[in-house]
Design a protein around this ligand. Structure first.
Ligand code: NDP
Length: 444
């Protein structure tokens, strides 16, 4: 059996009931086959892949807090510090009822390669909790965040591990967590990114993942003789990534016709009104029915269905495994030319394969949504310097980073005879730097 297959089998055996983690490992290792085979003896001897798929440290803790009725609630908190070969652990905190160790491990594993691709000196990590901020009062969210940080603060720091936002963790949650960290540790440092502008946040961090997704998509289309202007775009999700992806797509001359949330989706043939979407989601924290009620051209549908709408470009920006094989078939049938992942692992392995086989340009999340963490790294630099850069400065650095990521993955794919396969390219480009650093640092 090949080394890659052996390690995939080992991961499934050693981590039962963690299907998302198996899926992420499989996707990465399968596409590294050519590199691994070229170095098989050395990698085997050094157990390089076994070390890569085992987190350096995983922390699981109790998070007790008191709700508005005086009832004590107990959630579970996680931080997986996956790989620090190229820098301090960096990766978001997800607050969603579906969170479990396997999901945090899949996200942490992906983060290693994504962070490497950004060219910033940051390692891979991820964390979160099964707490659901939806429907909670501000006081309840604060109580949870303070309890969560009371434990987490023992393991993080500006030079060791720097968490950020993710699903369910926005500016409000980061603020409460930062306050508690500072209070307990007694240091004012850039321990979290995605902070508010008044206390060390970076301009353009809020927009970064969505904007970055469009910068990379634009470059991918350009290098394949196409352009984003005039294209019809379907987006799923209506959170941080989706909103700013829609905004940048429209700024670049495309028309965005869908968005979704966990209960339904909107088709708006006139083009999504981003200002209204922001009002509904960021200010009122309401459902998409509210968007449809205020927009005569919009049709609201319950359940799933975004990918049935004909489009040129599809941008899944909600969550993992939301674009399935049938969705991929519908996209191909309707003439879609490109899919770029705003979310982490939104496309299943079989859907990805189908899209690629049918000639769709496919940009994997670890490259396409890396703008968020890249800008978090820029926030860390500003914190270290005690300086704040302008929006334009950050945005132009972000654009450069995304264009470079595209070319790095494109070049890596070409080097290994897989031209146009950006999944292979992104994984190889991310892997090479991490492996080099791991090898140089000895058996640790
Ligand atoms: P948000 O919480 O702001 O938004 C998430 C969106 O996805 C919401 O519209 C939510 O709907 C929807 N959603 C969440 N879970 C499900 C589900 N199980 N089924 C259907 N819809 C769902 O998160 P972000 O926009 O920050 O994150 C979206 C994705 O992008 C995630 O995969 C995240 O890991 C990834 N990402 C985020 C980055 C960032 O900077 N924020 C950086 C890189 C990747 P509802 O409101 O109804 O729950």
């Amino acid at each position: 059996m090949s080394y890659v297959d052996e390690v995939i089998e080992l991961v499934v055996k050693q981590n039962p009931a963690e299907p998302e983690f198996h899926q992420a490992v499989k996707e990465v290792l399968e596409s590294l086959r050519a590199v691994v085979e070229a170095n098989e003896e050395k990698y085997r001897k050094e157990a390089l892949l076994e070390r890569l798929v085992n987190p350096e440290r995983q922390i699981k803790f109790r998070v007790p807090w008191v709700d508005d009725k005086g009832q004590v609630q107990v959630n579970t908190g996680y931080r997986v510090q996956f790989n620090s070969a190229i820098g301090p652990y960096k990766g978001g905190l997800r607050l969603h009822p579906s969170v479990n160790l396997g999901i945090i491990k899949f996200l942490g594993f992906e983060q290693i390669f994504k962070n490497s691709l950004t060219a910033a000196a940051i390692g891979g990590g991820k964390g979160g909790s099964d707490f659901d901020p939806k429907g909670k009062s501000d006081r309840e969210v604060m109580a949870f965040c303070q309890s969560f940080m009371t434990e987490l603060c023992k393991y993080i720091g500006a030079d060791t591990d720097v968490p950020a936002g993710d699903i369910g963790t926005g500016a409000r949650e980061i603020g409460y967590m930062f306050g508690q960290y500072k209070r307990i540790r007694g240091v004012y440092e850039g321990v979290l990114t995605g902070k508010g502008l008044s206390y060390g946040g970076s301009l353009a961090r809020t927009e970064a993942t969505g904007y970055g997704l469009l910068y990379l998509t634009e470059e991918m289309l350009k290098c394949n003789g196409k352009e984003i202007a005039g294209k019809t775009v379907c987006i799923s999700g209506s959170g941080n990534v989706a909103i700013y992806a829609a905004q940048k797509a429209e700024q670049l001359g495309a028309k965005v016709v869908t968005v979704s949330d966990s209960t339904g989706w909107v088709y708006d043939p006139e083009g999504i009104d981003v200002a209204l979407l922001k009002e509904v989601k960021e200010v009122k924290r309401a459902r998409l029915t509210e968007y449809a009620a205020n927009r005569p051209s919009a049709q609201y549908h319950e359940g799933r269905g975004v990918w049935t709408i004909p489009c040129d470009v599809a941008l899944p920006c909600a969550t993992q495994n939301e674009l399935l094989l049938d969705d991929a078939k519908a996209l191909v049938e309707n003439g879609c030319i490109a899919v770029a992942e705003g979310a982490n692992m939104p496309t299943t392995l079989e859907a990805t394969e189908y899209l690629q086989k049918n000639g769709i340009l496919f940009a994997p999340g670890k490259a396409a949504n890396a703008g968020g963490v890249a800008t978090s790294a820029l926030e860390m630099s500003q914190n270290s310097e005690r300086l704040s850069w302008t929006f334009e400065e950050v945005d132009s650095k972000l654009k450069n980073i995304m264009v470079n990521i595209f070319h790095n993955m494109d070049d890596a794919a070409k080097r290994y005879g897989a031209e146009g396969n950006y999944v292979v390219g992104a994984n190889i480009a991310g892997f090479e730097k991490v492996v080099d650093a791991m090898t140089a640092q000895g058996i640790v």
